[in-house]
Design a protein around this ligand. Structure first.
Ligand code: 0X9
Ligand code: ZN
Length: 444
């Protein structure tokens, strides 16, 4: 079994008087818990003197047409868990176009979105299965109707940003506003451009003074377009840190000691596509030239690229791309991380599953020695904090325990950039609760 190249251990490092593990526990806790409630400022449509009204968005199809199209497209679809006893069964379901929501390729229970013909195939194959939701079309239509009814003005100006999911332009204006209202702490950073030329942006947050020697902590969300819950979660975390500075001694100490970088939308083209065309889109929007679109950004990172748990088939949901860092989105984020120089800790935020995954995921290996053990202890600590404060059960463990996946962001952040790194899978725990399509109440 190959031994991974491990970067410098960050285990013993501390930021100010704050051990890295405390910082990560605090950061993680805040990120997972979500917003405590609408802030009075945001509810009024302004933060400070900044008007939150978003820029005009291009007109799409009329809402009624859109919703009718969603109902037609997803008519009869169900969410089902299926017991796979031989990985070749997964190949057959994949060939039939079944949308696997759990991406493993091993025996065990897997969750799928299936139309009636695909469900019939599962029956014919004699696979044990259970339909957990029959209302996919309704779930998606109701979400689209709700978002259309909110309208652009209400999207930010009339209600709290965190009261519902927000399109890319509103995410961008909220990000700008957070920086504009905390100029002494935050600035907007521009990492580079997506394939379709959209900026990939984020916030750099640190206390006043010389930050040169402060280690960086980076949190990125939404590599996968349909995982909408990840965006408000990390933005709420950014807002909490900004509002807590000077109020909460622990947050103040953390921000005086580190540079925090929060990238809410790593895959802006996919995110826009998931809003405008296909809510359940996962990949970026690469034209693969064979009629298929999209590279799975979380299979495109250079560390162990092309190994197990990634596909060379462009139509696959886990298509790895033509080479390591073939995609601008993974390239610009990796370059940004390398340019920071001293990244102590990193979180790649996904949904769903309520999991805290530590390296590695490309094979059944873990970082050697104390670094590996530190990840496991930290993962357990995060899960305990989350349970204590919210009651939610998150399972910690090495990513390979979920399934093998190579070329992932978190494996690279640890194996290639030397950071302590985790992949978070946010709520819900399973498809019964809607999987990627959660009610807005789940944000808070
Ligand atoms: O498959 C992924 O990229 C992540 N799950 S998701 O449902 N959000 O797509 C998890 C990757 C974690 N790594 C491994 N399981 N190896
Ligand atoms: Zn994901």
């Amino acid at each position: 079994m190959p031994t991974p190249a491990i970067g410098a251990s960050t285990t013993g490092r501390s930021v100010g008087r704050m051990p890295i593990r405390t910082l990560l526990a605090a950061a993680t806790l805040a990120a997972v818990l979500g917003p405590a409630g609408p802030s009075a400022a945001a509810a009024s449509g302004t933060i400070g003197s900044i008007n939150l009204a978003p820029a005009a968005r291009p007109a799409g199809p009329a809402p009624a047409d859109r919703i009718a199209a969603i109902r037609r497209r997803h008519a009869g679809e169900v969410l089902a868990r299926v017991l796979i006893t031989d990985p070749r069964q997964l190949d057959r379901l994949d060939a039939a176009g079944c949308d696997q929501w759990t991406h493993g390729h091993q025996a065990g229970w897997h969750e799928f979105r299936l139309d009636q013909a695909q469900l019939e195939l599962v029956r014919r194959m004699g696979l044990r299965h259970e339909v957990v939701r029959e209302d996919v079309a309704e779930l998606l239509a109701a979400e689209a109707a709700r978002l259309a009814a909110a309208g652009d003005g209400a999207a930010v100006g009339g209600a709290d940003f965190f009261a519902d999911y927000r399109p890319l332009d509103v995410v961008a204006s909220f990000t700008d506003t957070l920086a504009a209202t905390h100029p002494e702490l935050a600035s907007v950073v521009d990492l580079g451009q997506s394939l379709e030329g959209r900026p990939i942006r984020g916030l750099r947050i640190t206390g006043p003074g010389d930050a040169t020697d402060r280690p960086a902590v980076l949190i990125n969300a939404l590599q996968h377009a349909r995982e909408w819950i990840t965006v408000p979660t990390v933005l709420w975390f950014a807002q909490s840190m900004l509002e807590g500075y000077g109020q909460d001694p622990e947050i103040t100490a953390i921000l005086d000691a580190i540079e925090l970088h929060v990238i809410p939308v790593t895959n802006p083209d996919g995110y826009v596509w998931s809003w405008d065309e296909n809510r359940l889109w996962r990949k970026n929007r690469r034209d693969n030239g064979d009629g298929s679109f999209g590279v799975d950004l979380n299979r495109n990172w250079s560390f162990q690229w092309g190994g197990q748990g990634a596909s060379e088939n462009p139509s696959s949901a886990i298509y790895r791309g033509t080479g390591p860092f073939s995609e601008p989105e993974s390239t610009v984020l990796s370059q940004y991380i390398l340019d920071l120089g001293d990244v102590a800790a990193h979180l790649d935020v996904h949904s769903y599953g309520q999991l805290i995954l530590s390296p590695f995921g490309y094979d059944f290996v873990e970082p050697e020695g104390i670094t590996g053990r530190t990840h496991l202890v930290l993962g357990r600590t995060f899960a305990d904090y989350i349970a204590e404060v919210s009651g939610a059960i998150y399972d910690p463990g090495p990513a390979w325990g979920l399934y093998l996946a190579s070329g992932t962001c978190s494996d690279w952040a640890h194996g290639g950039a030397g950071a302590i790194s985790f992949t978070f899978e946010l709520r819900p725990a399973n498809a019964n609760e809607g999987g990627f399509v959660l009610p807005p109440e789940a944000i808070e």
